[in-house]
Design a protein. Structure first.
Length: 174
């Protein structure tokens, strides 16, 4: 009567260190191949049989990367449309920050600010320097407090009557 070796024993047979029991000697140890998983095989000198019930499905590589490429193109086009709508004034940056549409979820805060008219790298950097926030921080990862602070600062920038629109204290000093 033969014994059945478990999956862990098969791993030890494949070259992993550890005690080997069940009548194996060094000559009968060999790596397990894909055929070994599909059918039982005799393994030792005393009639043991290795039975493995592990199944694995491998998806073809082609469709996955094509789906990823399609998704990336969809996001890229949607972001371009969002930036166009912001630059024309059709939608406000504060609305995007509060609502966080799917296309802006993984977008950097600096990219969103730069899509506004009259906002360049320097202005964006100085604006974000007022907050402890990186330019690369994504909109989807902002906390509610960070969103509210950004919205309040952006609204304050635009409605400061004594200095005119688009100027903050630090931009005035710079």
């Amino acid at each position: 009567m033969g014994a059945v070796i478990s999956l862990g024993m098969a791993f030890r047979d494949a070259g992993f260190r550890g005690p080997i029991s069940g009548g194996h000697d060094e000559r009968s140890i060999r790596p397990i191949t894909s055929i070994d998983v599909a059918r039982p095989r005799p393994s030792g000198g005393d009639g043991e049989i290795l039975i493995m019930n592990a199944t694995a499905t491998i998806a073809p590589a082609g469709p996955q990367y094509m789906r990823a490429l399609e998704r990336a193109n969809k996001v890229r086009l949607a972001r371009a449309e969002l930036k166009r709508r912001i630059s024309t004034g059709e939608i406000d940056v504060t609305d995007v920050l509060t609502d966080c549409p799917w296309e802006a979820d993984s977008m950097a805060v600096a990219d969103l600010l730069l899509s506004q008219r009259r906002w360049g790298q320097t202005r964006c950097r100085k604006f974000l320097a007022q907050l402890p926030m990186s330019e690369k921080k994504t909109i989807g990862s902002l906390t509610e407090r960070q969103r509210q602070t950004l919205v309040a600062m952006l609204r304050g920038v635009r409605t400061t009557p004594e200095r005119g629109p688009w100027v903050t204290d630090t931009l005035m000093r710079a």
